[in-house]
Design a protein around this ligand. Structure first.
Ligand code: SAH
Length: 218
C-alpha cells in the first residue's frame, strides 16, 4: 500500500471513530472499530471508502452495513465474554468479526454461498477462530445450536421472526431491523422474559430484506 493511502486511511479512521463516539458508542466498541480492518471486508473498488460512515455494496447485490449501525447494534446487544451469539445475514462478515471480539462464539447464517465462502476466507486471514458459518435460511434460526444468549438480525423482517425468539435463552436479547421491505424500518431490541416479550423501538433505519430460502444464484 502506498504511503499516501495509509495516511488517508488513518485520517478517515480517526474521523469515523470521533463520529461514532459523539453518537454515543462506548470506548470498548470504538476500539474494536478502530482495529478491525474494514478494508478487508469491502470490495477492492471501494477500499478507499472503507472508513466512511456509509453502507457499501458487496457481492450478490447485498451491502456491508454502515459502521455506526454495526457499532450501535453491537452496543444494544450488551455482550459478555461467555455468550453464544447468533447472527442472521453474514454478508461480508464484518459485523460477525466485531461481535466475535466481545463474546465466546458467533454462529452466523447467510443465504448466498459466495458470501459465506468469502467471509470464511476473511476470518481465516484475520485469524478469527470463534465464528461458525452456515449456508442456510437464517429466518429459521439454528436449532442444533440453540438456545442463544443474543441474536442479531442484519436483514429486515416485517415482524420479529418467532423461530428466532424461540431460540433465545430466558432473559436473552434480540436486536434487528423490523418493518416493511420498501419503507422505513425500526431497529428494535426484544428481551425474552419469563412473563413475555419486551420490545423497544429504537431507531429508524433501512436494511436489505430478510428473504426466505437459500439463494440459487451465487
Ligand atoms: N452483517 C453483514 C450485513 C449483510 S446485509 C455485514 O456485516 O456485512 C444482510 C445479509 O443478510 C445479506 O448478505 C443477505 O443475503 C442476508 N440474508 C437475507 N435474508 C437471509 C436469510 N433468510 N438467511 C440468511 N441470510 C439472509
Amino acid at each position: 500500500m502506498a504511503h499516501s493511502d495509509m495516511d488517508g486511511d488513518s485520517a478517515q479512521k480517526i474521523a469515523l471513530v470521533m463520529e461514532l463516539r459523539s453518537g454515543g458508542i462506548d470506548h470498548k466498541i470504538l476500539s474494536i472499530i478502530e482495529t478491525m480492518p474494514r478494508e478487508v471486508f469491502v470490495p477492492p473498488l471501494f477500499r478507499n471508502r472503507a472508513y466512511e460512515n456509509a453502507a457499501l455494496p458487496i457481492a450478490s447485490g447485498q451491502t456491508i452495513s454502515q459502521p455506526y449501525i454495526v457499532a450501535y447494534m453491537t452496543q444494544l446487544l450488551d455482550l459478555g465474554p461467555r455468550m453464544k451469539v447468533l447472527e442472521i445475514g453474514t454478508g461480508s462478515g464484518y459485523q460477525a468479526a466485531v461481535l466475535a471480539r466481545l463474546c465466546r462464539r458467533v454462529y452466523t447464517i447467510e443465504r448466498y454461498r459466495t458470501l459465506i465462502r468469502d467471509a470464511e476466507m476473511r476470518f481465516a486471514t484475520l485469524n478469527i477462530h470463534n465464528i461458525t458459518t452456515r449456508f442456510a435460511d437464517g429466518s429459521k434460526g439454528w436449532q442444533e445450536q440453540a438456545p442463544f444468549d443474543r441474536i442479531l438480525m442484519t436483514a429486515a423482517a416485517p415482524e420479529v421472526p418467532e423461530a428466532l425468539v424461540d431460540q433465545l435463552k430466558d432473559d436473552g436479547v434480540l436486536v434487528g431491523p423490523i418493518g416493511p421491505e420498501s419503507a422505513e424500518q425500526m431497529i428494535v431490541r426484544v428481551r425474552k422474559t419469563s412473563t413475555g416479550i419486551l420490545r423497544e423501538d429504537l431507531m429508524v433505519t433501512r436494511f436489505v430484506p430478510l428473504v426466505a430460502g437459500v439463494a440459487r444464484e451465487v
